[in-house]
Design a protein around this ligand. Structure first.
Ligand code: AP5
Length: 208
């Protein structure tokens, strides 16, 4: 299964991906997680990416495309993968399409998580990530247990100004890729409002 998860920032892509990984046994490839790892490691790519990410802007296409195409060519992706946060622009979608065609494979499904802008800011501001387990929490919607609270991380781009900037980039640059996948008959829209369990049930239906 080769799957793409797309949607506005904080729509719940990472939350649902964690549940889908167990079901399909394919690697979860989050462009945001890969870029944050590069920032932490202080690589050249990370130094470039950090400038854009802190401000809630998109990292340039050439940087992200190279990183993802290299990752999906790895042996553990031979039977499939779950892309989360990529593609995010038309050039990224076209580069992925060309790489798939060259490899003689194809994307099976694109899940679009739809959440109104008004909810996005609240989800982002309250998000906390566990750097040890990778678990995503929310201080109100999915509160962390007391024993992990101390070590939780609040992402640098999870403040209101950066979230609004990320939303702006989503509407201007990412939403326009949907007709590309709709035209190929691959797009499945999932209502992302409701509890994570309710959204999971809709994902199962969309993938049936
Ligand atoms: P990235 O890390 O991809 O961030 P994003 O797309 O903005 O998405 P998030 O990871 O913030 O949210 P999510 O949808 O996974 O939501 P989550 O499950 O955590 O990208 C970050 C940056 O990297 C970009 O701004 C850009 O600079 C750069 N970048 C990455 N990819 C790029 C690319 N391809 N091209 C160029 N630049 C790129 O949920 C959010 C919160 O809500 C959590 O607290 C969670 O607990 C809660 N929650 C989830 N589901 C529910 C629910 N159903 N009900 C209530 N709360 C919920």
């Amino acid at each position: 299964m080769r799957m793409i998860l797309v949607g506005p920032p904080g729509a719940g892509k990472g939350t649902q991906a964690a549940r889908l990984v167990d079901k399909y046994g394919i690697p979860h490839i989050s462009s945001g997680d890969m870029l944050r790892a590069a920032v932490k490691a202080g690589t050249e790519l990370g130094v470039t990416a950090d400038r854009y990410m802190k401000a809630g802007q998109l990292v340039p296409d050439d940087v992200v495309i190279g990183m993802i195409l290299e990752r999906i060519a790895a042996p553990d992706c031979a039977k499939g993968f779950m892309l989360d946060g990529f593609p995010r622009t038309i050039p990224q979608a076209e580069a992925l399409d060309a790489a798939m065609t060259k490899a003689g494979v194809a994307i099976d499904v694109v899940l679009l998580f739809e959440v109104p802008d008004a909810l996005i800011v609240e989800r982002g501001v309250g998000r906390r990530n566990d750097p040890i387990t990778g678990r995503i929490y929310h201080i109100k919607f999915d509160p962390p247990p007391a024993e992990v609270t101390e070590r939780l991380v609040h992402r640098k781009d999870d403040h209101e100004a950066a979230i609004n900037e990320r939303l702006h980039y989503y509407h201007d640059w990412t939403a326009p890729i949907m007709p590309f996948y709709e035209g190929k008959g691959l797009l499945r829209r999932v209502d992302g409002v409701g509890t994570p369990d309710e959204v999971s049930a809709r994902v199962v239906k969309a993938l049936a």
